[in-house]
Design a protein. Structure first.
Ligand SMILES: Nc1ncnc2c1ncn2[C@@H]1O[C@H](COP(=O)(O)OP(=O)(O)O)[C@@H](O)[C@H]1O
Ligand SMILES: [Mg+2]
Length: 393
């Protein structure tokens, strides 16, 4: 088929041609918008958690779009792991508030823009001031100042929206990356917003450990959000994600071809986009055959093995790679840390730095105490395919 017409869209945060299987999350957010529209502000925000490539970012983007269509004020923010002494997340958050105000089409916000912006910049000045005076590292940051500053900021921003039936939604992607103090301040502000009837809602997304991270930041976090696990698509949704975009462009899958791709992708949205993109480029006929599908999966994995998987593998040190190889030996899915150590030999303490570093780099996570898993679906098989070749240098 003509590659110029290829409808599939593999890539981090790239909107798929069809956002399949997420209607329950979209409806949940629609309900929030409707309730706020009716003046009912007692609603919980949403937190999505899941592995990489399941579609958290595109879901957040879709919800933001939904909110904007209803004239909500939306703030888009992505947590990043901070280098020591870097004020990154705090200041970028203030900047995103400012940016959101400046481009908002909400009439009430537009009218009060001149009084809103000083509120935002005083928050920034406060943060910068703290940076200059007390060495802006996370240990020394003053959490009380941060919480009050953030709370003032949100109050200033939502003030013009009160009573208008519109709300303000703060979308936070990679929320697990926020340092504990910023995280607990955000939760405190969300808590206060509930109690004081401010139309302010945090919609967060992150790795599977995010709900636990939030609960340990604030004990009441459990009650603040509606938690949703974002996982692989059902077979029906996966079929739709592949078939509908092709059909819109005048092509179709034979049954065995679509089955083959669904099986190979195991429902993971990122893989579906990769395989869909490949089969489109490979096929010569308008009906995609099983041999097109086999070739697409082969080339698709070649593509993933050059980008998606190595982006985690390449950042690891040799010791960390040995740790990951031992994880593969310990089995698929969620595994026991004790099995990893048994296969590596040596004491726990000898490997704890490698383990912590891999968690920090976002390659692995601990679903619960004593257990480990990769953050990327299919990573174990990638290591089997490639990691072992490199030997134990
Ligand atoms: N519901 C879905 N249906 C079809 N494709 C999807 C869906 N969600 C995500 N994708 C595709 O999967 C890939 C990864 O999405 P992304 O939002 O970046 O995942 P995450 O943020 O969870 O790592 C993108 O190519 C996107 O187009
Ligand atoms: Mg993402």
């Amino acid at each position: 088929m003509d590659p110029a017409l290829n409808p599939y869209n593999p890539g981090s945060g790239l909107m798929p041609p069809l956002l399949a299987g997420r209607s329950s999350e979209l409806e949940r957010f629609d309900t929030l918008i409707i309730r706020v529209g009716m003046g009912n502000l007692a609603n919980r925000g949403l937190v999505f958690s899941g592995l990489r490539g399941v579609g958290k970012t595109v879901l957040l983007n879709q919800l933001r779009h939904q909110a904007e269509q209803h004239n909500w004020l939306t703030i888009q923010f992505e947590g990043r792991s901070e280098e020591k002494g870097d004020a990154g997340n705090h200041l970028r958050l203030a900047e995103e508030f400012e940016r959101a105000l400046l481009r908002s089409r909400n009439q009430r916000i537009k009218k009060s823009l001149n009084s809103l912006l000083p509120g935002v910049s005083s928050f920034k000045v406060q943060l910068l001031g703290a940076g200059i005076e007390v060495d802006f590292s996370s240990q020394n940051r003053n959490s009380v100042t941060l919480e009050i500053g953030l709370s003032n900021l949100v109050e200033v921003v939502v003030e013009p929206l009160k009573g208008s039936g519109k709300g303000c939604a703060l979308f936070i992607d990679e929320m697990q990356e926020l340092e504990p103090q910023l995280l607990s301040s955000l939760l405190a502000v969300q808590h206060a917003a509930h109690q004081d009837g401010w139309p302010f809602f945090i919609i967060g997304a992150g790795l599977p450990t995010l709900p636990a991270t939030l609960s340990s930041a604030r004990s009441y976090a459990e009650r603040l959000f509606d938690y949703r696990v974002i996982g692989p698509l059902s077979e029906e949704a996966a079929r739709l994600a592949l078939a509908q975009p092709a059909e819109k462009c005048g092509a179709r899958y034979s049954d065995p071809a679509v089955e083959y791709l669904i099986d190979a992708a195991e429902g993971y949205p990122f893989f579906l986009q990769v395989f869909g993109q490949q089969i489109w480029d490979i096929a010569h006929e308008k009906e995609f055959s099983i041999s097109d599908a086999q070739e697409a999966v082969y080339r698709g994995f070649e593509h993933l093995d050059r980008g998606f998987f190595p982006s985690r593998w390449d950042r690891a040190t040799e010791k960390e790679r040995r740790y990951m190889r031992a994880m593969v030996d310990a089995g698929q899915g969620v595994i026991e840390t004790s099995d990893v150590i048994a296969s590596l030999g040596g004491a726990y303490s000898e490997w704890s730095v490698a383990r912590a570093s891999l968690i920090k780099k976002g390659a692995i996570y601990a679903p619960e105490r004593g257990k480990l898993a990769f953050t990327v679906p299919g990573m174990a098989r990638f290591i089997e395919r490639h990691g072992a070749d490199e030997g134990e240098r």
